[in-house]
Design a protein around this ligand. Sequence first.
Ligand SMILES: O=C(O)CCC(=O)C(=O)O
Ligand SMILES: [Fe+2]
Length: 243
Amino acid sequence: MSYLSNAKQWLSALSDGDVRGIAHEINKDGIFCAPNFLAAEDLSQMQNFVSSTITREGRQTISLKSDELAGSGLDDLGNSPEFKALFSRLYSIGLGRPAPDVKFYQILRCLTGKSVTEHSLIFHYDSYAITALLPIEIPKFGKRGDFLIIPNTRGIRSNYLFNLADKAILDNALTQRILRSRASGGKGMKHVSLVPGNLYLFWGYRSIHTNEPVDEGAVRATALFHYADPHADSYLKRQLGRG
Ligand SMILES: O=C(O)CCC(=O)C(=O)O
Ligand SMILES: [Fe+2]
């Protein structure tokens, strides 16, 4: 089977009705999952890339950006027209507005070692409307690093200033403490036990989310594709040097 063919086949077969169904499920449940999105051989190429990255970096937490992903297979996925089309269709069908060009803010997050705690349980909103999460490596034993989400707690803000206010309230020691206490079974918070090779989609801008920690000796690697900054044209954002 050729490279990424499993994923491309599924993507190419999606009708507008299917995409509407995905948007509906994200609205209703907070997250959509496409099981076995990656074929085993594609997933193992990405897993090999993760393990050599971690060996090279001395078993500590590291985030790689798109220009550091050559040879991982994740660069090919991020550049694939079939994959990009899913995001523009989901945006226009799901959010009812014209979709901007698909340029991803793409990250590969590898959590391991002593620094796991400081990179876990940090509840946040993403700056981008749609987030795709592709788990590459999830520990099979001990703490699995579940994904936590309180779905769709806000709309797309019309003004960048309101967005900053939401983020400031969330990025506060007291709020984080309250959310962490809810992580162990609070209402409205969903626990997702991630499965490598599945593709998960959610409204990252609209949903409070984070990951649980894993054990120091374990590895949790997730690829993230962030798409469409609702405040890309904001004057204030540019003035603040964040544009
Ligand atoms: O790794 C994860 O499960 C989530 C990461 C995340 O939310 C982010 O990088 O924005
Ligand atoms: Fe996020």
